[in-house]
Ligand binder design. Structure first.
Ligand code: SAM
Ligand code: SF4
Length: 345
């Protein structure tokens, strides 16, 4: 199948003069785009066991995804993360990576994946222009991995990591969500694995996104506790590196491994927030932890040959980007009703 970005979209983009600056003076230069809400896994912290996914017509086509990214890049966005759901289970996803990978002005095309398809796709993704890759892995024990993902096979993901190493991405990072009573005892093992593989690892605190099958507060593990656990074995060195997001980094001395801690519950990163998220339905969420959003799909579909309405709406959305998120684990109900797989992690 040949997929094409409409030429009108391409032409108008190069003349769009504005940058994305929000009402608090923050420059937005990073988008995270979810290209599907579907997934071959059902991780317990991300999804309920039984999920209803969106009908195809309500999901952005790959051409619409490419057109949107083209507009954002013309508005000064230099980093794009493709996520989901599981982006690599979307049919023809590789076409989208190739289309985006060629955009002038885009400095970083990166991907978050569960790794299940990487053994088949890693090299093509690298050739398409993907620079860095995050692979989610929450356990190195096959039975436990299966229990957490409900359907996943650890061996496949490990083969995916090897394929990614062979493909030669600039960096490979494992993403791990630790849960109390489930895999909190694996922090050190997982770090040791990352060191052995000469890749990075980030620990992500569980976020109250969507109604899953357990009470969120009951499984929450704070990154402060994880850091203490790792420091009992490693003299970690704090790094000043930042991505403008909720991650803090540490270096493991005498190794090439960096350890990240993504702690969305601490508010202090919001001041430097440089990102927005686009769901697979074309909703532009200005903050992961707030409901402020605009719908881009009608603008894409009602104006197939004119990007100006889209550009105007994106520029206007900067006025509703919230100052910070509003996560609260003490609430019985999830803070945000939508699942991470819908918004894109
Ligand atoms: N399927 C891909 C994957 O698992 O990497 C990409 C999408 S997934 C939603 C992106 C990241 O979000 C994963 O690293 C996952 O562990 C994390 N995640 C999902 N739900 C979460 C939650 N409720 N709290 C914290 N992290 C979550
Ligand atoms: Fe799928 Fe990723 Fe969510 Fe796991 S975290 S269910 S792999 S979208």
């Amino acid at each position: 199948m040949i997929l094409k970005v409409p030429p009108s979209a391409k032409n108008k983009m190069s003349t769009a003069p504005k940058l994305l600056i929000d009402q608090h003076g923050r420059r937005v230069d990073y988008i995270r785009l979810s290209i599907t809400d579907r997934c071959d896994f059902r991780c317990v912290y991300c999804m309920a066991e039984s999920m209803t996914f969106l009908p195809r017509a309500e999901v952005l086509s790959l051409e619409e995804c490419a057109r949107l990214v083209t507009v954002f890049v013309a508005l000064g966005v230099s980093k794009v993360r493709i996520t989901g759901g599981e982006p690599l289970v979307r049919k023809n996803a590789l076409w989208l990576f190739s289309a985006i990978g060629q955009l002038e002005g885009l400095q970083e095309l990166v991907l978050t994946t569960n790794g299940s398809q990487l053994e088949f796709q890693a090299q093509d993704l690298k050739n398409a222009g993907v620079k860095r890759i995050n692979i989610s892995i929450d356990s190195l024990d096959a039975d436990r991995f299966k229990a957490i993902t409900r359907t996943g096979e650890l061996a496949k993901v490990l083969r995916g990591i090897q394929a990614a190493k062979i493909a030669g991405f600039e960096s490979i990072k494992m993403n791990t969500v630790l849960m109390r009573g489930i895999n909190e005892d694996e922090a050190l093992n997982l770090l040791e694995f990352a060191i052995q593989q000469e890749i990075d690892i980030s620990f992500i605190e569980e976020m109250p996104l969507g109604d899953v099958d357990h009470v969120r507060g009951s499984t929450f593990v704070s990154n402060d506790d994880t850091l203490k656990q790792l420091q009992s074995q490693y003299a970690l060195l704090a790094s000043t590196e930042t991505t403008g997001g909720p991650a803090r980094y540490w270096r493991v001395p005498n190794t090439s491994t960096k350890v990240g801690f993504i702690s969305p519950h601490s508010h202090n990163f919001c001041e430097a927030c440089n990102r927005v998220r686009i769901t697979c339905k074309g909703e532009l969420y200005l903050c992961l932890g707030q409901e402020s959003k605009i719908d881009l799909m009608p603008l894409l579909r009602n104006h197939p040959h004119d990007d100006q309405p889209l550009i105007d709406a994106i520029l206007a959305s900067m006025q509703i980007k919230p100052k910070g998120h509003d996560f609260d684990l003490s609430r019985a109900q999830p803070s945000i009703i939508r699942f991470m797989s819908h918004t894109g992690g």
